[in-house]
Design a protein around this ligand. Structure first.
Ligand code: AMP
Length: 396
């Protein structure tokens, strides 16, 4: 795996795919600088070597059309402040105007190209467009994990024009390393905690992960499909009847593979899908009609705690309950606390994929786990065992 550490950028122009798809407020000011901060170490390494950095990114979904609402010029000022160098801006990402701006760029300088997605060729992965982009740099650096699962021109296709001169930036290398730790090289016992709403959206992950883990905790809305499949009564809980056979098959596969599955034994049941609903703790297989399970119960959390604290490698994807409502956030918060404790005792913990990061940030766990992934969809696809095109393009 070639990373930015394998190159010296002295007098070189680094064409860096970053993920500056940041949220903007109503006044087009950057509302969250996380993604810019995440790209900073890679940019600084290039500058400190004596090179220049040409940054390319998308912002929002302008659908192939120029639209000032999605212009990356809005983030230039903030990027300059975060990186600590005045970031220059050019009003297109390809063509004469971009090539001239790059030609004038001196070592130590940073240039931000206009939104890649102002050209529909970006998302269609057009080879001609990718070749034009490739003219802007001597070395291609991909540091955008959030788009690594897309075979777009700037994330994947462009790499073919760099032969040996391509590598991962620090952020992407860290993401790959974290996934490797969970999927292949992590210390045992390895535990995956999968929550979220539906079995159907997690099934490929579950099937892939059964070969990698010693323990699997199932939480969230998925619980009820498993409980009902085993003959339990789930009342009005979210349940995918058409996935019950699959749930039984997963349990059988787990047994064959020696994976211990932990499913909630009790839940917080509510008489309405609302924060103000009446609640009661009930066995997860005896939920009365008119009631639905919305969070894990105390015995369940005690079980989860035991498993989490004895694990050395932990992956967490998906909330344990309906964490958006305060009344049903406890399970998710407690699991976060247990992972914190395990991490402090030396476990490696990775949180990522889909909504998980939102939950982690909401409760301030981001500094307590070993690594929080920056890519929702890209992380989910990695956990499903897919090779991401943006990663394959650098490795091949
Ligand atoms: P996912 O995107 O699949 O990770 O699902 C996240 C969503 O699952 C969150 O919005 C949670 O509110 C929801 N969720 C978690 N537990 C339950 C549950 N018991 N019933 C309904 N939804 C749930």
């Amino acid at each position: 795996m070639k990373t930015i550490e394998d190159f010296n950028f002295e007098n070189k122009k680094a064409l860096i795919r970053v993920d500056f798809n940041v949220p903007l407020d109503a006044g087009f000011k950057v509302a969250d600088t996380n993604r810019i901060e995440a790209a900073k170490p890679t940019i600084i390494k290039v500058l400190e070597d004596g090179g220049s950095a040409i940054l390319m990114s998308h912002l929002g979904r302008p659908k192939g059309e120029q639209n000032t609402d999605f212009s990356l010029k809005h983030i230039c000022q903030t990027a300059s402040e975060v990186i600590g160098v005045q970031v220059k801006f050019v009003s297109d990402c390809v063509g004469e105007v971009a090539e001239n701006a790059v030609a004038n760029l001196q070592p130590g300088e940073v240039l931000l190209l206009e939104n890649l997605r102002f050209h529909s060729e970006e998302t269609s992965g057009d080879a001609n467009f990718a070749e034009q982009l490739s003219k802007l740099g001597d070395i291609y650096v991909n540091d955008a994990f959030g788009t690594a699962h897309r075979a777009h021109a700037s994330t994947t296709v462009v790499a073919q024009y760099f032969e040996e001169s391509k590598c991962f930036g620090y952020l992407l290398a860290k993401e790959i390393d974290a996934i490797e730790k969970v999927m292949r090289t992590g210390e045992k016992p390895v535990l995956a905690i999968l929550g979220g709403a539906k079995v159907s959206s997690k099934i490929t992950i579950i099937e892939n992960i059964l070969d990698k883990v010693d323990h699997l905790i199932i939480g969230g809305g998925m619980t009820y499909t498993f409980v009902k499949a085993k003959g339990g009564k789930v009342g009005d809980s979210i349940c995918e009847d058409d996935k019950m056979a699959l749930a039984l098959d997963i349990l059988k596969q787990a047994e064959e593979k020696g994976v211990q599955i932990h499913i909630p034994v009790d839940v917080i049941a509510a008489d309405d899908f609302s924060n103000d609903a009446n609640t009661q703790v009930v066995d997860s297989d005896k939920i009365p009609d008119g009631w639905q399970g919305l969070d894990a119960g105390p015995d369940t959390l005690a079980n989860f705690k035991e498993v989490i604290l004895k694990s050395k490698t932990i992956l967490w994807n998906g909330p344990i309950g309906v964490f958006e409502m305060e009344s049903f956030a406890n399970g998710t918060i407690e699991v976060g606390n247990f992972i914190d404790e395990a991490t402090q005792a030396g476990a490696f913990s990775l949180v990522g994929g889909g909504d998980s990061v939102a939950a982690v940030k909401q409760f301030g766990f981001q500094d307590k786990v070993s690594y929080v992934s920056t890519g929702g969809g890209a992380m989910l696809e990695s956990l499903e065992g897919k090779t991401l095109p943006g990663i394959a393009a650098i490795i091949s």
